[in-house]
Write a protein that binds this ligand. Sequence first.
Ligand code: TUI
Length: 315
Amino acid sequence: MIRTEICDLVGIEYPIFQGGMAWIADASLASAVSNAGGLGIIAAGNAPADVVEEEIHKAKAMTDKPFGLNIMLMSPFVEDIAELAAKERVAVVTTGAGLPTKYMPKWTEAGIKVIPVVPSTGIAKLVERAGASAVIAEGGESGGHIGELTTMTLVPQVVDAVNIPVIAAGGIADGRGVAAAMMLGAVGVQLGTRFLVARECTVHQNYKDKIIKAKDIDTISTGKRLGHPVRSLKTPFSRNFFKMEYDPSVTNEELEKSGGGALRLAAKEGNLEKGCFMAGQSSAMVKKEQTCKEIIKEIFEETEKVLEGADKWVR
Ligand code: TUI
């Protein structure tokens, strides 16, 4: 059995979090992951507070295990969502796409464990000082909004920079990845892409099919020019966005506008032309739809096998 300090910190059986995926990670997925012994996470994304509140209530009815809320800090509703998290006393708040420090006193006073996603050692130290219980060090292999560093370089540097537990994210999809993350000093992992194809994930079937069919070089990073690069699957939308990005006659406003709503079109409508299918580089390693229970069991059986076999390298 693989158990680490993060299991005791958040009250879970396996040291695995499900990534907070906007428009995708709802009560169905989050409760299934939590019921399977990991930490399920509802993503607030850009949704208004009443929608998120309903998902939290649904999840509370679907599991008696702890689950988290991911707060996307660029959301127009971030103030309301921050308030909602405190009111609902979710077990864990994870944050993405910005600095959560201004909201952290409110959450920690409500007894919430705050675990921000960090793309650098500087931000990791900052949130540690502000009272974070742990950090998620996410490399640029991941899907969605990404930082500059890779998981391989970021995780050990964050482990050295802070005195709180570090969870690794980005590019991890199986037991080999989990074992490797632990060798880098992480005490837990967060997976998005693999859970996106879970049976309990309510995302449009086209989205799951595209991930299952994806090959190693089928993701692309776009939006660097706007200051927030995003990794998604290569599709007509992302190829066109990439072209516009390198066209000096296209303004930043036009570029921003062409990205708006594209994730929702992919997740809810499965729109293969206009949708933005955010996904990590691990997409090619994700081969079939499985239940969350099957995913977690398979990953940790492999982790044990890999770690048990590792002494063959020591002479
Ligand atoms: O946040 C994510 N992934 C996301 S957010 C998102 S919503 C979106 N939709 C459309 C276009 C753009 C975004 C989709 N995927 N991952 C966690 C993450 N956080 N990665 C990087 C960061 C991050 C970046 C800067 C965290 C803190 C940070 O602080 C510095 C600052 O400038 O605020």
